[in-house]
Every structure is written in structure tokens, then in C-alpha cells.
Design a binder for this molecule. Structure first.
Ligand code: NAP
Length: 310
């Protein structure tokens, strides 16, 4: 079969070449991969990956071989999957059944491939706050893949959603997804924030923390700005209005079983996937070599197969 493998010196650091078929562990399915959607995490993991490794976490496809332990999805079922151990940018892959979910027939392969890491991260982050009914939740970087899902899930949880996204042309869309307030930067956000999910980091994390009510928490989920955080003296000095505020880090893989969350999200007909930039997978390395441009929405690659679709 064909797979993209890490290859220092090749364009984008990747080479499409023949590799061995996947050999599944007893709790793994073998999937015929139809679409893959690179995450910032996938791209970051390319640096430092050993030569010859197959990168790639998120995708969608059809089960070719059920897990040998007899549990999970059956042959022929549509599946959406996440494999943090990578191996996804291939025509076929083995994936732990704990990282798979049955996919509905009416969602496209491309839409489904964009779901795993962003939507499950958003769900787990929103859940950490407990009841959000009537509480102000700030989402920083709301036009990111995680941010869009977080806006939708927080709004349906009853939160008063305050969305921050630097691209004002996306604010009407964020309102449509459920945001109650939108801002291009944090300077115009009023204090009194119960909780926050920050996808950007750097000065955004510093400013977000300062907007919290006492007892409030920022989940530092993402670090898209790639910038240091400098807190001014006094940021952690508590007074009656500001005590017990917290910043917490986040790792999607902290609980390895993702099947239940992905099944819920994949079956959700209300969830909006957003604009997709669909390309053939032969363009993957060139896209990475060009800096993984993100013109609008998420970039998804459809996988070619030598055999006809069954
Ligand atoms: N800890 C975990 O387990 C976990 C899980 C999932 C994701 N993440 C992290 O979460 C972050 C978001 O992931 P994603 O897939 O949602 O990313 P994404 O779809 O690629 O979106 C990145 C976002 O960052 C914004 N951005 C980039 N640089 C910025 C800057 N300097 N100032 C302001 N905004 C900036 C972009 O704004 P524009 O749209 O205006 O360009 C875009 O909205 C990434 O850092 C990712 O690695 C972490």
C-alpha cells in the first residue's frame, strides 16, 4: 500500500511510497482510509519523527478488518478515527477500537475526518467546567477548529459564550454557531468571566487570566501564537474579587478512551463542520512545504486507492 512517510530532505519532509500493510494488535481495527485532516499537533510532531514513520492522527474510512478481540465495529462499517500513535496518512491503517466511532452515512468522509481531535478536545474542555448554565465562558481563538466546536458545545450547555477571533469577517458565523458576544481582541472584553478556553497562548493567555472572576479557570488548551507568556507583577496577588483563579494545562489523551465522545459527536446532526478546503492526498507534502496555509476552514485530503470503492 501507499503511505506518506517522514523523509528528511524531501519536500515537506515527506515521501509517498510503498510500505508494508498494517499489522493490527488484538484491540485494533484495520481501516481503509478515505480522508485525513492534519491538525497543528500532527504538523508539530513531524519535527523529530524518525525517518520512515507514517504520520497522521485524524481520518475517516471503512472497516476492512474487525478487532481480533471481537469487540468494536464490524467489517464494512463507516468509521471515524483518531490515532495519537499516528500511522494515519496511509491507504490503510490499524487503529485502536477505543479511538474509533461509527460514522453516519449522511456525513461526507471529508467532514468526518475533521471531527476527531478538534471536536473531542472541545467537548472535554467544555465539560471540565461542570454546569455552564447562565455562566460567561470566554473562547479565545474561536475560529480555530477546536474553537468552532467549543462555541457550539458551550452554547448548547447554556453558557453565555464570549468569542474572541481576530478575523472580524467570521463574527457573523460565530454568532450563528451560538456566540452571544464577539470581539476581535481581548481589550474590549469586560471582566466577569466564569471560565475560559484559550487556543492561542502568549499575551492572550495573560489577558484572559486577568478577566476571570474569583474562582474562575482558564484552560490553556492551545498555543497557536507560539509566544511566551509574561505575567506582570500582581497578576497572582489575590483580593476579594480575584482569589482562587487558576490556569490549567490540557491534554486530549489524558483519558485514552475516546470512543464514547466521538460516537456522540459523529452522530450529532446539529454540529457544524465549517468550510473545508479539500485536496487530493498527493498534494499533502506540497501543502506542508508551503507552510500548511489555512485560507479558510480546515484542509482535508482525500485518499486515492488503486482498487475500486466496494
Ligand atoms: N492540548 C491538546 O490536547 C490539544 C488538542 C487540540 C488542539 N490543541 C492546540 O490547540 C490549538 C488550536 O488547534 P486547532 O486545530 O483548532 O487550530 P487551527 O484550526 O489551525 O486554528 C489556529 C487558530 O489560531 C489562530 N492564530 C494563530 N496565530 C495567532 C496569533 N498570533 N494571534 C491570534 N490568533 C492566532 C488562527 O486565527 P485565524 O483563523 O485568524 O488565522 C486560528 O483561529 C493549537 O495550538 C493546537 O496544537 C491542543
Amino acid at each position: 500500500m501507499l503511505a506518506w512517510t517522514t523523509s528528511p530532505g524531501s519536500p515537506g519532509g515527506l515521501l509517498l511510497r510503498e510500505v508494508d500493510e498494517p499489522v493490527p494488535l488484538p484491540d485494533e481495527l484495520v481501516v481503509r482510509v478515505e480522508a485525513v485532516a492534519p491538525n497543528p499537533g500532527d504538523l508539530a510532531a513531524l519535527t523529530g519523527a524518525p525517518p520512515g514513520a507514517i504520520p497522521g492522527w485524524d481520518g475517516s474510512g471503512v472497516v476492512l478488518q474487525a478487532a481480533a478481540d471481537g469487540q468494536g465495529l464490524s467489517v464494512g462499517e463507516r468509521v471515524v478515527f483518531l490515532g495519537l500513535a499516528a500511522r494515519g496518512w496511509a491507504q490503510r491503517r490499524a487503529v485502536p477500537r477505543a479511538m474509533t466511532a461509527a460514522a453516519p452515512a449522511d456525513a461526507s468522509w471529508e467532514q468526518l475526518a475533521t471531527l476527531p481531535v478538534p471536536a473531542t478536545s472541545a467537548l472535554r474542555a467544555v465539560r471540565r467546567f461542570g454546569s455552564l448554565l447562565g455562566r460567561r465562558l470566554l473562547i479565545v481563538g474561536a475560529t480555530s477548529a477546536v474553537g468552532r466546536f467549543a462555541v457550539q458545545l458551550a452554547a448548547r450547555s447554556g453558557a453565555v459564550v464570549v468569542a474572541v477571533a481576530r478575523d472580524q469577517s467570521q463574527h457573523a458565523e460565530l454568532h450563528r454557531l451560538g456566540a452571544h458576544e464577539t470581539h476581535t481582541d481581548l481589550n474590549s472584553v469586560s471582566p466577569g468571566v466564569y471560565g475560559a478556553i484559550d487556543m492561542i497562548g502568549g499575551r492572550h493567555l495573560v489577558q484572559t487570566y486577568a478577566l476571570l472572576d474569583r474562582g474562575g479557570t482558564v484552560i490553556a488548551l492551545g498555543h497557536a501564537a507560539g509566544a511566551d507568556e509574561h505575567f506582570p507583577f500582581g497578576a497572582f496577588v489575590a483580593d476579594p474579587a480575584t482569589y482562587d483563579r487558576a490556569i490549567t494545562s490540557f491534554f486530549l489523551g489524558s483519558e485514552p478512551e475516546l470512543a464514547k465522545e466521538m460516537t456522540y459527536l459523529a452522530a450529532d446532526r446539529e454540529l457544524q463542520f465549517g468550510e473545508l478546503d479539500v485536496k487530493a492526498w498527493t498534494e499533502l507534502a506540497a501543502w506542508i512545504a508551503a507552510g500548511a496555509p489555512r485560507p479558510s476552514g480546515r484542509t482535508v485530503f482525500t485518499v486515492d486507492h488503486e482498487e475500486p470503492v466496494s
